[in-house]
Design a binder for this molecule. Structure first.
Ligand SMILES: Cc1cc2nc3c(=O)[nH]c(=O)nc-3n(C[C@H](O)[C@H](O)[C@H](O)COP(=O)(O)OP(=O)(O)OC[C@H]3O[C@@H](n4cnc5c(N)ncnc54)[C@H](O)[C@@H]3O)c2cc1C
Length: 383
């Protein structure tokens, strides 16, 4: 079974081992889910990327040191899918708010729904679906193809709302990410690429699980979910606030590698690492996931404490904290920013150069974004 250790040292070991041993065959093998005990054909780095323990830039640089771009193009594209989804959502922030509101409404509506209960308990008539639910709960991870199949079965065979499925994933996934998760579920539903849904097919599951499942009864003729909701695009203001000597820096749980950040050489009086637990979240997370996040924060504290005065604080602490001398690494759209906005906590932010540069390419589809990948790579050393 996959073990995701909450440590940067382990993350770097995992990155090096994947690049050395498995990256060469990634494009050929990545779509196969060989089962929970065989997870070397993809990198399994996503829990680290979600928490900022490893950055996209760091992963790409390590990969490119070993292979020419043409040999690992597919892997680079996948790493940058995450960047793209994140940038896309930053340009349409109201989608996240709508999603949370939908969940509130649907949770009441489906509270006693038997199909929903059976789905989240892994108690349906579909064996592979039940196995994936169980694996997700046990490990906090699922292979990408299984996420695609599970979400498709959830929406089109079980006929459940995509929003409840996305919430279910966020509760357990160690890489649970506001943008990648919400937008991937919308993609499966046919809302993200309008009119094009992802329909899981029996032959495809059979082939890419290496014949582990067969005779699966699915709705293979489903049509896309339709919505006339259009999201107006904004141009996010990613300008850095002025960094002054003696400021206190806040770091949230998704930027947990300060020593690799653009601001590592700036002087800060103190660093506060900000925890966000279930009492201050809209989506309740599984206790193991809360613990995983907490361990990653502690790991960041250990790595910084020789150089800075570092302490860990709960996000609610910011409600009564004097913010005049405070600056924060921008946490991005999601639960941390929601808490700040709901409590009118107006922070000055610092943005990653990487996001400042790539966000402009997230205005259209991924096909368009892809055209700019060579440009992003050519500037990587300056980002
Ligand atoms: C319904 C659904 C929900 C998902 N929810 C999440 C989520 O909450 N968080 C998340 O990080 N990914 C999510 N994904 C994308 C993808 O499944 C995971 O990123 C991938 O499985 C992680 O495994 P890996 O690290 O071995 O990936 P690899 O194949 O080794 O890829 C390397 C890195 O690229 C990024 N990446 C790869 N594929 C994608 C993708 N399709 N979209 C975005 N980034 C990608 C990840 O950071 C990953 O670590 C979701 C996909 C689907 C279909």
């Amino acid at each position: 079974m996959i073990q995701i250790h909450p440590s940067r040292v382990k993350a770097l070991e995992q990155l090096n081992s994947f690049v050395e041993n498995n990256l060469a065959l990634y494009a050929r093998d990545r779509n196969f889910d060989f089962g929970p005990d065989k997870r070397t054909n993809t990198s399994c780095l996503s829990p680290y990327v979600t928490h900022g323990v490893l950055s996209e830039k760091e992963i790409i640089k390590e990969a490119i040191k070993k292979f020419p771009f043409s040999k690992i193009e597919k892997f680079i594209q996948e790493v940058l899918w995450r960047t793209y989804w994140k940038g896309w959502l930053e340009r349409r922030p109201s989608l996240w708010t709508d999603f949370l509101n939908d969940i509130e409404r649907l949770k009441k509506e489906f509270h006693n729904n038997k199909i929903f209960k059976n789905a989240i308990n892994g108690n349906t008539d579909i064996e592979c679906f039940n196995d994936w639910v169980s694996e997700l709960k046990k490990t906090g991870y699922l292979h990408n193809h299984s996420r695609m199949w599970l979400s498709s079965i959830w929406i089109f065979t079980l006929d459940l709302p995509w929003q409840l499925g996305a919430e279910f994933f966020m509760k357990y996934l160690k890489d649970g990410d506001t943008a990648s998760n919400t937008l991937s579920w919308r993609w499966t539903a046919g809302l993200q690429t309008k009119g094009k849904n992802y329909v899981a097919q029996e032959w495809n599951i059979k082939k890419f699980t290496n014949q582990r499942y067969e005779k699966i009864k699915l709705n293979e003729n489903a049509t896309p979910i339709v919505s006339d909701k259009e999201y107006v695009q904004i141009n996010p203001d990613f300008n850095n606030a002025e960094i002054k000597d003696d400021q206190i820096l806040l770091i949230f749980d998704n930027q947990l590698c300060f020593e690799e950040s653009d601001f590592e050489n700036c002087k800060f009086k103190k660093i506060k690492l900000i925890k966000n637990t279930n009492s201050t979240r809209s989506i309740e997370l599984d206790e193991h996931l809360i613990e995983f996040k907490s361990d990653l924060i502690t790991d960041q504290q250990y790595r910084l404490q020789d150089k800075f005065e570092v302490e860990i604080k709960d996000i609610s602490y910011l409600k009564n904290f004097d913010l005049s001398n405070v600056i924060a690494l921008y946490p991005g759209i999601g639960e941390n920013l929601d808490f700040l906005n709901e409590n009118k906590i107006n922070l000055k932010f610092l943005y990653r150069k990487f996001d400042q540069m790539t966000n402009q390419y997230c205005n259209k589809g991924f096909f368009n974004f892809k055209k700019f990948i060579p440009k992003i790579l050519s500037k990587l050393d300056q980002l």
